[in-house]
Ligand binder design. Structure first.
Ligand SMILES: C[S@@+](CC[C@H](N)C(=O)[O-])C[C@H]1O[C@@H](n2cnc3c(N)ncnc32)[C@H](O)[C@@H]1O
Length: 333
């Protein structure tokens, strides 16, 4: 047993247990019904590609994998499944504050059978990550979770402390401020564009539209108390680069990419701004089919303009993969 495995095993042995899981935080349910999550996001069978892509990036960036991996906010296991199959290190600690999510992911992973990585499960709220042992983890992985964490600077600082040198914080599917702001600006032009085409906005269309634009504004603002909101923040690569740099973590950002793009068959999942925008409104903001048809027809020119501006390079930055690698002490960032 390596020293890293030994200290991890000794640490988890000492932790309190709750309902058979390790307990690092008090349990806290998600703000929406956990069992409906996969249906809303149209996820059916477990798919290993997201986690496989993350593990491919660990190789590409020569990330240390001698120690355990930690996943924060596993949800229904969209990223977890493939990491559990492909992580080359000895241990994988899967966490979420929600017991219902932890149970759903655990059931999925246990159905997978044995893997070379030992799996462990803990109730953990990322705001308590500062209590974890220094230099313990090789990898900290998150997908679509950073924007839920209240104190992002505190979280990044704690990651810098609990990562091993050469380890990395790997984050995917986080919302980028400039891309979401562009989506909201286009969305705000919908009523006037439809009116000019002689189409009257329905009250529930206006309600869904305002829900979207208000959420964007809330997540952009940095002078509000966000304790009780589920979606809290948008990010910019330069903000995360600065936060990382201040904590010994060097950023590599892949704009518009998803982890799965780095796994076979190596297909870019982001097609264009218009494609992302239309899917987002329909799936994430529940715009109905008729409203979507009007938007597709009457906002064609605005959307084509934005797509054309990015015909030969990735963008606009709506999301992406953020890798914050812990540099060895003394390495210039
Ligand atoms: C949008 S879901 C993403 C789930 C999963 N990672 C995925 O990609 O499908 C956000 C996840 O973050 C978790 N979460 C919310 N607030 C959190 C916090 N403060 N600390 C850790 N996880 C949190 C939720 O319980 C949920 O599982």
């Amino acid at each position: 047993m390596s020293a890293a495995t030994e200290s991890f095993t000794a640490w988890i042995y000492r932790l309190p247990k709750w309902r058979g899981w390790l307990q690092l935080s008090p349990a806290r349910p998600y703000m929406h019904t956990e069992e409906d999550y996969n249906t809303q996001y149209r996820l059916s069978a477990p798919d290993p590609r997201e986690g496989e892509g993350l593990c491919a990036l660990l190789k590409t960036h020569q990330i240390d994998t001698a120690g355990p991996a930690l996943e924060i906010g596993c949800g229904t296991g969209y990223l977890t499944y493939g990491v559990s199959l492909h992580y080359p290190g000895p241990d994988f600690l899967v966490t979420d504050p929600s017991p219902a999510f932890l149970r759903l992911t655990q059931n999925q992973l246990e159905a997978q059978g044995a893997t070379t990585t030992r799996r462990h499960y803990a109730v953990l709220n990322a705001d308590d990550i500062g209590d974890l042992p220094e230099g313990m983890f090789s990898v900290i992985s998150l997908r679509s979770t950073l924007h839920h964490i209240l104190d992002v600077p505190g979280f990044i600082a704690a990651c810098g402390r609990i990562l091993r040198p050469g380890g990395a914080l790997m984050m995917g599917a986080e919302p980028c401020e400039s891309g979401y702001l562009l989506m909201a600006a286009v969305a705000q032009s919908i009523p006037a564009t439809l009116k000019a085409a002689g189409i009257e906005m329905r009250p529930h269309w206006t309600e869904r539209l305002e829900d979207f634009t208000n959420t964007v504004k809330f997540c952009c603002l940095r002078d509000l108390k966000k304790t009780y909101a589920e979606d809290k923040h948008f990010f910019s690569p330069h903000q995360l680069a600065e936060l990382g740099g201040a904590n010994g973590l060097q950023l590599k950002f892949y704009p518009t990419s998803s982890f799965r793009d780095f796994a076979p068959p190596y297909v870019q999942s982001f097609h264009s701004f218009s494609n992302f925008f239309l899917i987002y409104l329909q799936v994430c903001m529940n715009f109905d089919a008729e409203f979507m048809e009007q938007i597709r027809t009457h906002l064609k020119d605005q959307l084509r303009f934005i797509d054309e501006c990015h015909r030969s390079h990735p963008g606009p930055e709506i999301t992406g993969v953020f890798i914050l690698k812990k540099t060895a002490p003394g390495t210039p960032v």
